[in-house]
Design a protein around this ligand. Structure first.
Ligand SMILES: Cc1cc2nc3c(=O)[nH]c(=O)nc-3n(C[C@H](O)[C@H](O)[C@H](O)COP(=O)(O)OP(=O)(O)OC[C@H]3O[C@@H](n4cnc5c(N)ncnc54)[C@H](O)[C@@H]3O)c2cc1C
Length: 383
């Protein structure tokens, strides 16, 4: 097995690294304090092709394989998880899902704008009353002539206030559980669709997270994506690939924690020598390094499986579970290396820890990943 990147993959990785150094790193602290990433970043991400990775070029995408997508996601996560999340959701959960499940008209209508960064997508699955138990969601879409009329609300929606389109999951019949759920592409300027920014997040402060409320929102039947009743399968297939993207972002966080810890340990002196020379500090740093390598290898394995069109969902759950927990550990260890300075936001590690913390929660909590992995191993569902 060859774990070396091809020249093309390495070029794109370096492009992402340079992009972060130029367009993201100088603003990270200010965006975090202001609770607002500058929205112009979306156009910039689009113009370098990062919002079109793996999407076919005929729909405006920049093509490429999933390992390249993970490399870019890692570099963005290393720079700022709020920016990484914009890509993971607008491209990873929305555009890629439209490319996989949309009809020709839906692909032609939405993909060129989403991949160019002229439009933004958000993914509307979670509701105030249903998170892990998404199959019991309550939002309803009722057929009315040639339209559907949608009522309900969606919670914690990344890109929610910025988005032009919601990939929305709603119940289209009274069958309980996941069988009655369908997927819709709902423009956010549809009358009756309201959005409220959620402030006060522990991390990902720069990201536009919102509650989306739908009151008698009318969409034409052509907004239905995929067959009626297939919405839950569509959501789960999107999330399986999404977990690979979250895992890659977590590798970026852990790598940033490692870089920061090594750099600081070499400069900071206590007891007459750099703290890097103290064995217990080396232990903290080596623990971070092992987490980085293990998380990256698990993530690359998922990308490889996806690119070879093999079953990847369980591997994605393993990668997401390990990488998200590893990112929290790594950022926490790095903060320890920084001592008291790590607790102040002029230094990067506190933000890494705050941003990492949500990774074990969204796109399926760590507990849910364990149930998915357990089900695959035993053949018994504990849901
Ligand atoms: C910043 C942020 C951004 C988000 N972005 C999006 C987005 O763009 N789109 C979207 O649709 N959602 C989004 N989410 C929602 C996210 O996916 C949910 O928060 C997550 O799925 C967990 O759901 P919950 O918060 O309702 O927790 P709950 O499901 O209520 O879980 C609470 C606790 O119970 C545990 N638990 C639940 N069921 C079980 C079980 N069967 N066995 C063992 N333990 C269990 C959980 O692991 C957790 O520890 C986002 C959330 C956040 C915080």
């Amino acid at each position: 097995m060859n774990l070396e990147l091809s020249e093309e993959q390495e070029d794109v990785r370096r492009l992402a690294e340079d992009f972060v150094a130029r367009e993201v790193a100088p603003h990270v602290v200010a965006w975090d304090r202001a609770e607002n990433v500058d929205r112009s970043i979306v156009k910039k991400l689009g113009s370098v092709g990062f919002l079109g990775l793996t999407v076919p070029e005929e729909y405006g995408g920049s093509g490429g394989d999933h390992l390249t997508y993970c490399l870019v996601t890692e570099e963005l996560g290393r720079g700022d998880s709020s920016v990484r999340g914009i890509v993971s959701v607008s491209l990873g959960l929305v555009a890629k899902t439209i490319a996989a499940w949309g009809d020709e008209a839906q692909k032609r209508h939405w993909l060129p704008g989403l991949t160019a960064g002229e439009a933004i997508g958000c993914f509307g699955l979670t509701e105030p009353g249903t998170g892990s138990d998404a199959g019991n969601l309550a939002t309803k879409a009722v057929r009315d002539g040639g339209d559907y009329v949608i009522n309900g609300s969606k919670m914690f929606i990344t890109n929610g206030t910025w988005a032009d389109v919601v990939l929305l999951f709603a119940r289209t019949n009274d069958t309980p559980g996941h069988k009655g759920i369908s997927a819709f592409l709902v423009p956010t300027d549809a009358p009756g669709l309201g959005r409220r920014t959620i402030h006060g997040k522990l991390g990902l402060r720069g990201q536009a997270t919102a509650e989306v409320v739908l009151e008698d929102v009318r969409v034409p039947a052509s907004a239905l994506m995929g067959p009626e009743g297939k919405g839950f399968s569509i959501a789960m297939s999107a999330l399986a690939k999404g977990r690979m993207s979250v895992a890659a972002g977590c590798v970026g966080i852990a790598q940033a924690a490692l870089d920061a810890a090594v750099g600081y340990a070499g400069e900071r002196e206590q007891f007459g020598r750099p703290i890097a020379g103290h064995q217990l500090v080396q232990e903290l740093i080596s623990d971070i390094a092992v987490d980085v390598d293990a998380a990256r290898l698990l993530t690359w394995r998922v990308a490889d499986l996806v690119d070879r069109r093999e079953e990847f969902a369980t591997a994605a759950s393993k990668a997401k579970l390990f990488a998200s927990e590893a990112a929290v550990r790594a950022a926490n260890n790095a903060l320890q290396v920084f001592g008291g300075y790590g607790y102040i936001d002029e230094y990067p590690v506190g933000k890494l820890l705050r941003d990492a913390r949500v990774m074990t929660l969204y796109e399926g909590t760590s507990q849910i990943q364990k149930l998915i992995i357990g089900r695959a191993l035993t053949g018994v569902s504990a849901f």
